[in-house]
Design a protein around this ligand. Sequence first.
Ligand code: RIB
Ligand code: CA
Length: 338
Amino acid sequence: MSELKRNMIIDCDTGTDDAVAVLGLLLADNIDVIGITSVHGNLSVEEAVQNNLSLVNLVGMDVPVYAGCPNSLTSGLFPGRLQNTLCQTIRKEYNGEPVRIHEPSLGLPTGGRTVEKEHAVSYLVRTLREAEEPIDVCAVGPLTNIACALTMAPDIAGKIGTLYIMGGGIYIGNRTPVGEANFVDDAEAAAKVLLSGANLLIGPIEGNEAGSTYTLQDVEEIEAIGTETAKFVGALIRRFMWRCDYLWKPGFDLPPYTVDPGTSCCIHDWAAVAPAIDPLTATDIRKEVCRVDCSGGMADGQMVIDRRGYYLEPNASIVYDMDEKRCKNLLKSLLAKK
Ligand code: RIB
Ligand code: CA
């Protein structure tokens, strides 16, 4: 690890916003990404692996990519619970094909790179136990890999410098009215990680929206940078904008990838990891008592913040607000490098 760089492991379910976060961290001068662990979530873990391999290929770096858990800790055990979440999740088709918020493939070549043989969870335990200095971790998918690692080896909580998490909503959800996708996709994993004793900085829906809600003008500014990564990210966000509008904007009916000029979309994972590169991107951070509902009802996976001020010790720092200009300029400066 160079004297100015901090070692970082990224755990992600690489879909669209994960890709932006991964590229930002790979390109940051003060971060040394030593491994990328893939997890189920937006896509299958196999799809996430291929997308992660293609991202390290895009920037020409030899960062090892690992395959992790293909489903959640309780997957398949409670059909009614899954049904409860699905009935609250918005699903639409276009020309008879389901529209998924994340594309199965980023459409980039992997350059012959292949996934490591070691399982992601084993890699996390081994690497954190062997580390002489704390390693930071950015977790921007369901927390299944992280929870499994912390269950296998609770001692690694103290070997993580900061665990940056994209997850939860302070007042709102996205996958369900109160549940955010990463926490809903594995509520038990999120609950375990929040109680692990690791040093947590959580980027919830609202904090991310403050720092990383992108408009068409933002996309055009990124594309104007002209580098390979900037052109890729610009096109990626454009396609994401169409899918978000098609799935979530009542009455939206523009044909695929025709973007409504007035649209906007949040690149959640980028916002959640930006403070790992530049802490000043987060402007309002509060230490709170934070839990996750695992009861399997309508609020399954909801992040529950206890503000009653009773005996419970705060267990997480939550980002309530971000410096939008700083957050967006940081991404542009990184994409300008390659
Ligand atoms: O709720 C947003 C989160 O769910 C992001 O991490 C996105 O990539 C999806 O995993
Ligand atoms: Ca993600």
